[in-house]
Design a protein around this ligand. Structure first.
Ligand code: PEP
Length: 252
């Protein structure tokens, strides 16, 4: 039985004081958080420390929105996975479509980030998903297959809990559009199958999240199918009430 997981991606929002206040409000709402759902907050790098101080005594865990693929070195402006574990992170979002599209991150970069993060003890939330153009050309499965095959090439996974995959159709992120529950379930099944072809049996226990305009109104329907293990939430995670509601509904 895979435990549900809800990850908040706060993106490039909030100063430290605001991030601290939001984390405090979320903690207050979720202080009786049921153990049937894992919760991760991923603030910007500058707020990691302040949010860690809020969540460290709770069941809520800390994640980063990105990570570099080398442990140390002359790489101006980048952040090593060891720096993230040092600041209290257990998770790192890797390969988010905004980084792939705006910063031209490639599948090979994503693969290197996954490997170095695993070495450092961080759990990657590995994002895959097609653009609207790719979807309209009927290429969704080819795109996802290639992202997973390259992203997970030669990745050694000791435990299924050490990797999470997030299916995020790019056209659904921040747009209010959603894939239908039927499409989501189908694609999550495909993702599990492709991952099984690379990692073997362990893939059946890896959590696969959905991301793209998830909110308190649609979370129940999205989570209702067997291959959906939780959600990666952007916009709706920026308000304690909507994020709290999503987590509460996921825990039911
Ligand atoms: C995301 O950024 O990963 C995301 C899913 O954003 P939103 O929920 O705003 O679509």
């Amino acid at each position: 039985m895979r435990k549900r997981l809800i990850v908040a991606n706060w993106k490039m929002n909030m100063l430290r004081r605001e991030a601290k206040e939001l984390a405090e409000r979320i903690i207050n709402l979720l202080n009786d958080l049921r153990s049937s759902v894992d919760v991760v907050l991923a603030p910007p790098y500058t707020s990691l420390d302040v949010v860690y101080r809020v969540v460290r005594e709770s069941k809520i865990q800390l994640g980063a929105q990105n990570v570099f693929w080398e442990a140390w070195g002359a790489v101006t402006g980048e952040i090593s996975p060891y720096m993230l574990t040092d600041i209290g992170c257990k998770w790192a979002i890797i390969g988010h479509s905004e980084r792939r599209n705006i910063l031209r991150e490639t599948d090979i970069m994503v693969q290197k980030k996954i490997k170095t993060s695993l070495d450092a003890g961080l759990t990657p939330v590995f994002c895959v998903g097609e653009t609207i153009g790719e979807r309209e050309k009927g290429k969704t499965i080819n795109v996802i297959e290639s992202q997973i095959e390259i992203g997970l090439k030669d990745v050694k996974l000791a435990d299924s809990a050490n990797l999470v995959i997030a299916y995020e159709p790019v056209w659904a992120i921040g747009t209010g559009n959603n894939a239908t529950p039927k499409e989501i379930e189908h694609l999550h099944g495909v993702i599990r199958e492709i991952t099984g072809g690379i990692l073997g049996q362990i893939a059946s226990d890896i959590r696969v999240l959905y991301g793209g305009s998830v909110n308190p109104e649609n979370i129940k329907e999205i989570l209702a199918t067997p291959n959906v293990d939780g959600a990666l939430v952007g916009g709706a995670s920026l308000r304690a009430d909507s994020f709290g509601k999503i987590v509460q509904l996921a825990g039911e």
